[in-house]
Structures are given as structure tokens and as C-alpha cells.
Unconditional design. Structure first.
Length: 398
């Protein structure tokens, strides 16, 4: 009631700090709750949050900011930074935050590009992990062969109607970001050190074949899926495991699932663990932030990224903190979920910050989904992805 009463006064007598974010599920619920707490305790300003899906939010933010508008702050992953900086949509966070505050963060807690700091994080990770329902899968598999064997025994038509009711595994495998761990397990990647795409490779083809085999040969994953469908299957206990990130984990507890985290299994033939991308997620500052709002934006950022907030997030969401004093908290670091998450991070790969990554994600998507739909072969699709990405990069940067 206190927060809602404060909301009635907001526009008339308090400074508004607008924040666009892409937090979902339990993380969004947590975010809305802590924003309400902040708004109820500050009489001179308030935070006005608005959810925007990552792709939509990034594109709309650039358009708005270039036009002299947009939110005061934007929350998202580190790979947005170079695009925002190139389009002059954001300003260095050092224009708002004091150096002493930023010095309390670990090296991974801020994102620097071209010698400027553009993002201050509330977490490191943004990584995919193997999440398993302990009631259906007491111990997680460590290799892909073991995983397929175990998941095959779980996948079942429980009511005898000829349709699968319970799957071994589900995840949003039709989206390129969720494909990356298997690509890296075969020794592949999206780009080289110079930002050139590396998609038309045997590693790409092998990773795609593995996913198709899990779907079409072993049938341990659904024949088609998207993010929301995968979430529903796991939350309803109709899938023993899901591959998903820290933004979703707390939501599984909320629906009564006793879950564990483990590394996405290893590919035996390469000896490599499936390696998701690892990146900081945090806040950047709109280049158009009014100078009169800077003191308020500073207070908001210090609240949303500070040690107390990161400690709460680690406890409630199992996110990995990036402030040194919180990282050193031995009680916090004894968390089983947090330790399992860190084990996945140990074998992860830093998310590239090169601006070409945006063209890679966008150029991959169409051909990759054609492969998943059976319209083209893995070999044809890998070549199509490479050609489409090269064209997009040339059109954008050359």
C-alpha cells in the first residue's frame, strides 16, 4: 500500500528516473519489488521501470536516444555496449558514478570498450546451465552420451495416447544463443579475434547434427519449441531438465520444483565441456540524461548495483555478485546453487563485445531456423549463415 500511495504522488512532486530492462520471470518480480521499496523510501525522486525484450529494447533505445529521448538508464547484457557506444546512444558511466564506487567492483563488474567504462553490472554470468528436476533426475549426467541414455529412459508416453507426455530435456534450441554451448563443445565459435564470422565449419555442422539427433533420432527433446514452451514443460514437471540461465532459476522454486544446477554435459569425442557465453549484465546511462538528474541517477545506480542488492540477488536468485566484498562473503559462497553456477562459469567463454556480434546473431537466426525446420541441411545452413552474416557486416561496417 505504501508503494502504491507513493505512486499516486510520483508525477507531481518527484523527479522520475526511467529504466528500461529485460529482466524476466522471478528476476523481474524481484526487481519490481526492490524498486517499490526504493520508491517508498525516497520523497524527492522515484524509479519508473519498463520491461523491454532484449532485441526490441536495444533497437528502440538506439532510435529513441539518437532522437534525443529514451529512458535515463538501460539494463542489459554486455554485448549491447559496443553498439550503444558506436551509435552514441550512451555515455560513460563515469560521468555519473564516482571512481571510488567503481573501484569496489571486480574486473568483471564493469564493461570497458575503447578505454571508456560504459556499463556497471549487478551480476556476472548471463550463462546457460543444465537445470534438473531432482524428482525425475536425481543425478545430472556429465557426458552427452550419458545424458542421451538417461533422458531416453525418462522420455515417455504416460497415458498411452501415442504422444510424448514427459521429456528428458527441453530448451529453446531453435534460438542461436541457446545453440552456442554445443558449438563451443565441438571447438567452434561465432567469430575470430578480428570479429570475422566463423560459422561455416565442421564444428557448426557437428553441433547442429547433435541437436537434430536428440530431437529426431533419440526423441528426448520436443519436436519443436520456443522459450515459453520450454519453460512451461519444465515448470509443469513434464521435462526432467532444461537448459536455461540465472534469470529463470528462482521461478522453478516458486512452482515447487526441487532443482539442481550442473554443467551442460561434455562432448566425449572432443573432450570439451559445453561452454556457454559468460557476460556481465548491468546498467548503462543514456547520453541524453539531463544534467539536473545526475545526482538522482547516481543514487539509483548505487542502490540497484550496490553490495546490499548484490547480496540479496545472490541469496534469492543465485546470481553471481561482482562487488569484491560480496564475493568474499563465505556464507554466501557456501550456497549449493551458487557454487554449481560458478562451476559452469569456470568452463564458459567471455561474451565478445565486438559490435559485429549483433550482425552475427541476426544473420544466423534465419538460416539456423531453416535447418531446424528441415528446409535445408546442416551443411547448407552453415554456409547460408556465414554468407548472410558476412553480408550484414559488410553492409553495416564497410
Amino acid at each position: 500500500m505504501l508503494a502504491s500511495m507513493a505512486g499516486c504522488r510520483q508525477e507531481s512532486d518527484r523527479v522520475r528516473i526511467t529504466v528500461w530492462h529485460q529482466k524476466t520471470g522471478a528476476e523481474r518480480d524481484f526487481f519490481n519489488r526492490v524498486v517499490d521499496e526504493y520508491n517508498a523510501s525516497n520523497a524527492d525522486h522515484y524509479v519508473d521501470p519498463l520491461y523491454k525484450e532484449n532485441e526490441e529494447g536495444r533497437n528502440l533505445f538506439i532510435i529513441a536516444s539518437v532522437g534525443g529521448q529514451g529512458p535515463d538508464l538501460i539494463f542489459g547484457p554486455a554485448d549491447n555496449v559496443s553498439i550503444f557506444a558506436l551509435t552514441e546512444s550512451i555515455q560513460p558511466v563515469t560521468n555519473v558514478l564516482e571512481p571510488g564506487y567503481l573501484e569496489t567492483f571486480s574486473e568483471r563488474g564493469t564493461v570497458t570498450w575503447r578505454d571508456e567504462t560504459w556499463l556497471v553490472a549487478d551480476q556476472i554470468g548471463n550463462h546457460l546451465t543444465f537445470v534438473y528436476n531432482k524428482a525425475l533426475l536425481p543425478e545430472p549426467p556429465t557426458t552427452v552420451s550419458e545424458m542421451i541414455s538417461v533422458l531416453d529412459s525418462i522420455t515417455a508416453d504416460l497415458d498411452g495416447d501415442g504422444r510424448t507426455d514427459q521429456y528428458g530435456l527441453t530448451w529453446n534450441y531453435s534460438e542461436p544463443f541457446f545453440f552456442v554451448p554445443f558449438l563451443t563443445a565441438y571447438g567452434g565459435g561465432l567469430m575470430d579475434e578480428d570479429g570475422k564470422p566463423t560459422l561455416n565449419t565442421e564444428a557448426t555442422i557437428s553441433a547442429i547434427r547433435l541437436i537434430l539427433e536428440m530431437r529426431d533420432t533419440y526423441k528426448v527433446i520436443p519436436a519443436s519449441t520456443d522459450y515459453d514452451t520450454a519453460e512451461t514443460l519444465f515448470k509443469e514437471g513434464r521435462s526432467a531438465a532444461i537448459i536455461n540461465g540465472p534469470w529463470a532459476w528462482a521461478g522453478y522454486s516458486q512452482v515447487g520444483i526441487d532443482y539442481g544446477l550442473a554443467r551442460i554435459p561434455m562432448i566425449e569425442e572432443t573432450g570439451r565441456w559445453a561452454a556457454p557465453y559468460i557476460s556481465a549484465k548491468g546498467y548503462s546511462v543514456n547520453v541524453n540524461l539531463d544534467q539536473s538528474k545526475v545526482p538522482y541517477a547516481r543514487r539509483v545506480l548505487e542502490y540497484l548495483t550496490g553490495p546490499d542488492m548484490q547480496r540479496r540477488m545472490a541469496n534469492e536468485l543465485a546470481t553471481i555478485p561482482v562487488i569484491e566484498s560480496v564475493i568474499a562473503d563465505s556464507v554466501l559462497m557456501s550456497s549449493e546453487l551458487l557454487q554449481a553456477s560458478l562451476r559452469q562459469v569456470e568452463v564458459g567463454i567471455p561474451m565478445p563485445t565486438a559490435p559485429q556480434l549483433r550482425q552475427i546473431w541476426d544473420g544466423m537466426r534465419g538460416p539456423y531456423q531453416l535447418i531446424m525446420n528441415g528446409a535445408v541441411s546442416p551443411e547448407e545452413g552453415a554456409q547460408m549463415m556465414q554468407e548472410e552474416v558476412e553480408k550484414r557486416i559488410a553492409d553495416t561496417f564497410l
